[in-house]
Write a protein that binds this ligand. Structure first.
Ligand code: ADP
Length: 214
């Protein structure tokens, strides 16, 4: 279904009703310095398209429906930190076996690996750990740092990045999640402060569909 293109005036009407509803057609016309008759087609379109509802003797009120253009503006304003999860961090000397246990216990799909100063050094995914377990290697003794994807090849984001920017990175890099990072005060590394995953993106989609974005 192609989205309906609203005129500038129709957007103005929605804004007036949002702020002042319930409001009569007469009063909307007054605010726009137009006649009630001039507005009639606009009000009919907005009511038929489901943006406004009209109650006899009460007036027009906003239904909560958002225009697609408003929706894309709204999505652009959503920052990563609105949808983040807690990061699961392990130290780089942790064995692959321990890393697998952590993944199960924490019920997550991506582990972030840090050095002794809590600076990000790598990422280990489910398949990285699975691959390491398949070769008959001693996973109890091999450190996770041997099998991880390491810096500087880690795709990261910051807490105020837009969720759309992050979703584009998840798709283009074909990964399940990103660390949300902050530059450390001293030195050139990054501290991990959060995690954003495809699951978080699915929550966002559901919130958008039910009009409940945070
Ligand atoms: P899986 O491998 O379990 O399907 P991913 O698709 O997330 O999970 O990971 C694919 C590969 O990309 C893995 O080798 C993993 O180490 C790497 N990877 C995962 N997340 C990132 C990231 N944020 N930056 C760089 N590489 C990543």
């Amino acid at each position: 279904m192609s989205p309906i293109e609203l005129s500038k005036r129709q957007h103005r009407i929605i804004d007036i009703v949002k702020e002042n509803g319930p409001i009569t057609g007469e009063h909307i016309a007054e605010r726009l310095s137009l006649t009630r008759a001039t507005l009639r087609p606009d009000l009919a379109i907005l009511t038929m398209a489901g943006f406004l509802d009209a109650r006899p003797r009460v007036g027009y009120f906003f239904t909560g429906k958002t225009d697609t253009r408003d929706l894309s503006d709204e999505i652009q304003k959503i920052k990563v930190h609105h949808y983040q999860s807690r990061p699961v961090l392990i130290e780089q000397s942790t064995s692959v076996y321990e890393a697998i246990c952590t993944m199960f216990l924490e019920d997550c799909g991506t582990l972030f690996i840090v050095d002794g100063d809590s600076t990000l050094v790598g990422v280990a995914s489910r398949k990285d750990l699975l691959r390491a377990s398949m070769g008959g290697q001693a996973i109890e003794t091999i450190p996770v740092s041997v099998i991880m994807t390491r810096m500087p090849n880690i795709t990261m984001c910051e807490k105020d990045d837009s969720v759309i920017e992050v979703a584009q990175k998840l798709i283009s890099r074909q990964i399940d999640g990103l660390p949300i990072v902050k530059k450390v005060e001293v030195g050139s590394g990054y501290e991990v402060i959060g995690r954003i995953t495809k699951t978080n993106m699915t929550s966002l989609l559901v919130d958008l569909a039910t009009n409940e974005t945070s």
